[in-house]
Design a protein around this ligand. Structure first.
Ligand SMILES: Cc1cc2nc3c(=O)[nH]c(=O)nc-3n(C[C@H](O)[C@H](O)[C@H](O)COP(=O)(O)OP(=O)(O)OC[C@H]3O[C@@H](n4cnc5c(N)ncnc54)[C@H](O)[C@@H]3O)c2cc1C
Length: 415
């Protein structure tokens, strides 16, 4: 489809935020276009089927804070099955490699860490979250490993105030057919220009001029939803320049989390939805979800510097590391029972350049700076702009809806 020459509202990016904005404006009578660099919608939400019996969410998988997650109603409306079983990571440890008594001790240590962080946040002073570790605690390396999964980075790069602002209601559900598949269905009605990469947003004239790989588009209002690393790297530029936005994006970098799925022969030997993690005193270590939804596979999860090293080692390194770790925990028999199916490499992905945002110590306030509109014509959404649900898909969707309301508010003032 050729690019139209003008629209009322252009939305840059068809991830959860862009789709949320477009769906919120669909009955507004404004002409809309969602401009997306990839050949698909969903962005960091993407479900694939690497084998006929396995659904794999390469990006987001969990409906976090499910009782406040706006994708739950979307799933219900679109008849996507929701799995409400408790997640494996706390309650369903695989006893043989992480004995229950040790696991309880670890849970006590990590809960105490979060309590100290909450206390520290009350002072209103920011700092690196690793300052809240108890010096000498034997579980510190593992608490840091959990940070690489949750924040995509180690605690020394995480702001205490930002970490404390995240709203975790403790309920985590899943979509049986995949979170990415749900996003694709949710985005189906949106007017889209796929494979159209935006390079410049020129807001010097009366209308905003958007330069893309498929030509130029003009719009009255623009909602920008691309990941922070693209704004920070100036892969998408503004004219006149917006240094405050670039600085905010640099203070909210995307950390790294990567996933791998391995086909499992004779799956019945392992528990459905079990959690496999050794009581290792290391940060550089994967976490494993055994037989998600009963599927014949094991999903591995890596974060932070370790995930970056594995990506840099090349295609297949994640699977190789996962198999080595599982064999060390469950026995050499697993070397022939596991077969690599698919793995993510989010840092190498040119339109993501990472997994999810965290605020650097001292920069918790930057989410509001990034979210603020410019001249009532440029609006900003995306997970990194969410005040309490940043780093999540529903936080991204809600931020898109917030930007859509801002656009409507700006137009109402104008007329
Ligand atoms: C491995 C992994 C696991 C995760 N797990 C969870 C989880 O369990 N639960 C959860 O809630 N969240 C999870 N997340 C985070 C969640 O996926 C994201 O926070 C959310 O999807 C971000 O949505 P967004 O719309 O802000 O950004 P994106 O989804 O990144 O959308 C931005 C869009 O902009 C496009 N774009 C970029 N540059 C350009 C350009 N120049 N021109 C045009 N288009 C452009 C991109 O292609 C993309 O489609 C996970 C993420 C990863 C990577």
């Amino acid at each position: 489809m050729p690019l139209p020459s003008e629209v009322d509202v252009a939305i840059i990016g068809a991830g959860a935020a862009g789709l949320g904005a477009a769906r919120a404006l669909e009955n507004s009578r404004l002409s809309l276009l969602v401009v997306e660099a990839r050949d698909r919608v969903g962005g960091r939400g993407h479900t694939i089927m690497p084998s006929p019996e396995i659904n794999f969410d390469v990006g987001c998988g969990w409906l976090h804070s499910a009782d406040k997650n706006s994708f739950v109603a979307v799933a219900e409306e679109l008849n996507f099955e929701i799995d409400k079983n408790r997640p494996p990571w706390r309650e369903r440890g695989f006893d043989a490699v992480f004995p229950p008594e040790q696991r309880r001790e670890f849970m006590r240590a990590i809960d105490a860490f979060y309590e100290r962080a909450e206390e520290a946040a009350k002072s209103g002073r920011d700092g690196p979250a690793n300052a809240c570790l108890e010096p000498g605690n034997r579980w510190n390396e593992m608490i840091d490993a959990i940070s690489t999964y949750i924040n995509g980075t180690e605690l020394d790069r995480v702001s205490i105030l930002d970490m404390d602002a995240y709203e975790d209601t403790g309920l985590n559900w899943r979509v049986r057919q995949g979170y990415g598949a749900l996003m694709a269905a949710y985005g189906a009605p949106c007017p889209l220009a796929l494979k159209t990469e935006v390079t410049l947003i020129d807001h010097s004239g009366t209308r905003v001029r958007i330069e893309t790989s498929k030509g130029v588009l003009s719009a009255s209002r623009v909602i920008v939803t691309v990941p922070t690393n693209l704004i920070a790297d100036e892969a998408i530029r503004f004219h006149p320049a917006l240094p405050a936005k670039v600085d905010a994006a640099r203070a909210l970098p995307l950390g790294l989390a990567d996933k791998v799925t391995l086909a499992l022969d004779k799956p019945e030997d392992l528990p459905v939805d079990g959690n496999l993690r050794g009581a290792t005193m290391r940060t550089a270590m994967g976490a494993y979800h055994l037989r998600p939804f009963g599927q014949p596979c094991i999903e591995g999860f890596f974060g932070g510097r370790f995930a970056r090293e594995l990506e840099e080692a090349g295609e297949g390194a994640l699977a190789e590391e996962a198999i080595d770790e599982i064999v060390a925990m469950l026995g050499s028999d697993y070397r022939r029972r596991l077969k690599p199916l698919a793995e993510s490499r989010w840092a190498q992905d040119p339109f993501a350049r990472g997994s999810y945002s965290h605020a650097l110590p001292g920069h918790a306030g930057m989410r509001a700076v990034l979210a603020a509109p410019v001249d009532s014509r440029l609006f900003f959404a995306g997970e990194a702009t969410s005040p309490n649900f940043f780093s999540t898909a529903h936080g991204a969707k809600d931020s898109g809806e917030r930007a859509a309301r801002e656009v409507m508010g700006a137009l109402a003032i104008e007329h």
